[in-house]
Design a protein around this ligand. Structure first.
Ligand code: FPP
Length: 227
């Protein structure tokens, strides 16, 4: 079983457009797939799940879509807090949430604090996250801490937003595109990549299970030989 699964939840907009609905409905429907995948992660005893909810590049979308997404994140934090606590989930955020309104930042920070001692599923939500920014920030953190001339891989690893978490084993991307889109580019170095054509709002258990079968069928050599 993969320890760490990362997901690019793509296709909310196209799901809505196909039905002549506003994109915001696609995102709202995407939220129900988020609830489903958390449930599947519990069922299959996955230790760590990372969801790409908003990239640094998404900040270039129309103001109205950013507003809709922000209010969806806000409602979700308010409505799902108890469920997250009851289910022993440890919440982390990857990325820079100072982009979002102060009230949402406070709600998120409070929930992170409240769940910090939980030891069930580690749920990372990437919000205003970009892989290149994360690596650059990590290098700057190292330079600030250590007045040294040489930076090691460990230094960078230990100063990423995902410090203390295992590398990603399996990436799932819905929506038909086959690219990484600046997501966890350091942590995905040896991940198995599973691409699914259907849109994120249509995510269901058989797709999750297909991804797990795909993962289990891979021979992971990490650049070495089998024996
Ligand atoms: C990508 O689809 C999806 C997003 C930018 C938003 C993801 C948000 C959610 C699934 C909603 C709630 C999430 C949480 C964690 C509370 P797209 O809009 O790029 O789709 P398109 O490629 O079809 O336009």
């Amino acid at each position: 079983m993969p320890k760490h699964i990362a997901v690019i939840m793509d296709g909310n907009g196209r799901w809505a457009q196909k039905r002549h609905l506003p994109r915001s409905i696609g995102h709202a429907k995407g939220l129900s797939s988020v609830q489903k995948i958390i449930q599947y992660a519990h069922e299959f005893n996955i230790k760590c799940l990372t969801l790409y909810a908003f990239s640094t590049e998404n900040s270039g979308r129309p103001k109205s879509e950013i507003k809709d997404l922000t209010s969806l994140f806000d409602k979700t934090i308010t409505n799902e807090s108890n469920k997250i606590l009851d289910n022993n989930i440890k919440l982390n955020i990857l990325g820079d949430i100072s982009f979002f309104p102060k009230s949402l930042q406070i709600k998120i920070s409070n929930l992170i604090d409240k769940t910090s001692q939980n030891n069930g599923l580690t749920l990372n939500i990437a919000l205003n996250y970009g892989g290149r920014t994360e690596i650059t920030q990590s290098v700057n953190r190292v330079l600030k801490k250590k007045k040294i001339l040489k930076i090691t891989e460990k230094d960078i690893q230990n100063n990423l937003d995902t410090k203390n978490l295992p590398d990603v084993d399996l990436l799932i991307r819905t929506g038909g595109e086959r690219r990484l889109s600046n997501f966890l580019i350091w942590q995905l170095a040896y991940a198995e990549l599973f691409f699914e054509n259907s849109f994120w709002p249509d995510f269901k258990k058989c797709i999750f299970i297909n991804a797990l079968y795909f993962y289990q069928s891979r021979n992971r050599r990490f650049g070495k030989l089998n024996n």
